[in-house]
Design a protein around this ligand. Structure first.
Ligand code: IDP
Length: 163
């Protein structure tokens, strides 16, 4: 199965997925979508972001007009953060998410996560790292490499070496 393949097979990408506050009640459906896409969940936790954590997470958007709304939204309730692993995990997960704007997603990718569970351009149900470098940075924010399973988050490609 996929779990055994990942354990025994070639080295895989890892990415950071976040289920945003508007979709936390849909976590069951979302985890099903992750496995249906051939990825596995290797770390997960529910947490509530502080304003500072959210600002650090979205630091590349600090100058954007939507920054305050975005931080307000992602701190408005709990989020579920996950490390996903699999072949081309970064791009596969972003494909599952669909377009940034949930309205556009409903038009262009009706089976996507944002089409199914998102509301609009800000409240869009989920986040996925946009590159391996972003994934390494974002995984380190939520799953510091000094804790938990597996190798250092600074490795671009890796798989859990202890389980
Ligand atoms: P992504 O999440 O699809 O990678 P980014 O451009 O990195 O999109 O934007 C980060 C988040 O900021 C989006 O997921 C969305 O919640 C919010 N956002 C992006 N663009 C807009 C916008 O034009 N208006 C309002 N919110 C936006």
């Amino acid at each position: 199965d996929q779990y055994t393949a990942n354990k025994l097979g070639s080295k895989k990408e890892r990415t950071l997925a976040m289920i945003k506050p508007d979709a936390v009640t849909k976590v069951g459906d979302i985890i099903q979508m992750i496995y249906d896409a051939g990825l596995i969940v290797t770390k997960a936790k529910m947490t509530k972001l502080s304003w500072k954590q959210a600002g650090d997470f979205y630091m590349e958007h600090q100058s954007k007009s939507f920054f305050n709304n975005l931080v307000q939204f992602v701190t408005s309730g709990p989020v579920v953060v996950m490390e996903l692993m699999g072949d081309e995990a970064v791009s596969v997960w972003r494909k599952v998410l669909g377009p940034t704007d949930s309205g556009a997603a409903r038009k262009d990718a009706p089976a996507s996560l944002r089409a199914r569970f998102g509301t609009d351009g800000t409240k869009n149900a989920g986040h996925g790292s946009d590159s391996l470098a972003s994934a390494a940075r974002e995984l380190e924010l939520f799953f510091p490499s000094t804790t938990g399973h597996g190798p250092s988050n600074t490795a671009q490609y890796s798989y859990c070496t202890c389980c």
